[in-house]
Design a protein around this ligand. Structure first.
Ligand code: GLN
Length: 289
């Protein structure tokens, strides 16, 4: 069959998921199978797929109908206008996290070190390095070696690998052990999209729930009883860093769920600002230390 017929059929099937753009999803799957941009599909919509290509396409559609996230099926996700490879070891970057990046950019000052703690696919730190280039320094930590492999690959694909140091670290452990990482730094901007989903909520999810969360790594999502366990630890560790470096200005940007705004203020301090995302929901805590 040709591209146009297959896409029409797939769009109809994907439509049963009630997602926003079934036609775009069908296009994305086709473009992944043929390894061609979407514009190519339009110009060649009468191209006859080989049997192998057709089978590959239909398999992806089937997986999509089982609610597998489109980003995992095509192996990538766009974020801040850049492309990021993703796989089951990394969270899929969300549009609301662009608020964290925009706020981090606004906090730029001379001699800033950006530290992305729990970097996952590297989306945050790579977007920052892509914008600010060598005007700042960049460090990215993750406890997952598998995530670090993906993040490093993404930094190469986006040509910022020379600017960012990717290191294995459980939250701020490495920077606490190796204070020399802060040499010459006047401002440390900690970017944290740590796991913040209440663990019990994740346990209840089933794959047919049409929730991409059910397919994503629990390590990147599960935040304990109220979702804030890791932010509690992070706050303690920030205080340790501050005590060792009294003149260092530390800004912490922490992504949250809208219903965590009051609690995060208790954790990061009463002066914490809460910013709303583009859907007008409380999404980002900004705290200074
Ligand atoms: N934003 C994710 C969600 O869909 C959660 C990400 C995280 O735990 N950091 O809820």
């Amino acid at each position: 069959m040709d591209i146009s017929t297959l896409i029409k059929l797939a769009t109809k099937r994907i439509n049963s998921l009630k997602t926003a753009n079934p036609n775009i999803e069908a296009d994305l799957l086709m473009s992944a199978v043929l390894a061609k941009p979407r514009s190519w599909l339009i110009a060649h919509n009468d191209y006859q797929l080989t049997k192998v290509e057709e089978k590959k396409f239909n398999n992806l559609v089937k997986k999509r109908l089982l609610n597998q996230p489109i980003a995992y099926l095509i192996g990538e996700q766009e974020f801040m206008g850049l492309k990021f490879k993703v796989n089951k070891n990394t969270l899929i970057p969300r549009p609301e996290t662009e608020l964290l990046v925009e706020t981090a950019l606004q906090n730029y000052a001379k001699n800033t070190l950006y530290l992305d703690v729990g970097t996952g696919s590297g989306a945050i730190i790579i977007s920052l390095a892509n914008k600010l280039k060598d005007k700042a320094k960049y460090l990215a930590f993750d406890i997952s070696q598998k995530a670090l492999v993906v993040a490093k690959k993404n930094s190469q694909l986006n040509q910022v690998d020379k600017l960012i140091s990717f290191r294995s670290s459980d939250l701020l452990t490495l920077i606490i052990k190796q204070n020399t990482l802060l040499r010459g730094v006047e401002q440390l901007v900690i970017c944290a999209n740590l796991p913040y989903v209440p663990t019990a909520y994740l346990k209840k999810l089933t794959k047919p729930d049409n929730k991409s969360l059910a397919f994503e790594p629990a390590l990147a999502l599960a935040g304990g009883a109220d979702g804030l366990d890791l932010y509690r630890r992070l706050a303690k560790e920030i205080k340790t860093v501050k005590n060792k470096n009294k003149l260092l200005k530390i800004v912490c940007l922490a992504e949250i769920q809208p219903n965590q705004a009051n609690k995060i203020k208790n954790i990061l301090g009463a002066k914490t600002l809460i910013l709303k995302d583009y859907c007008h929901k409380d999404r980002l805590a900004v705290a200074e230390f």
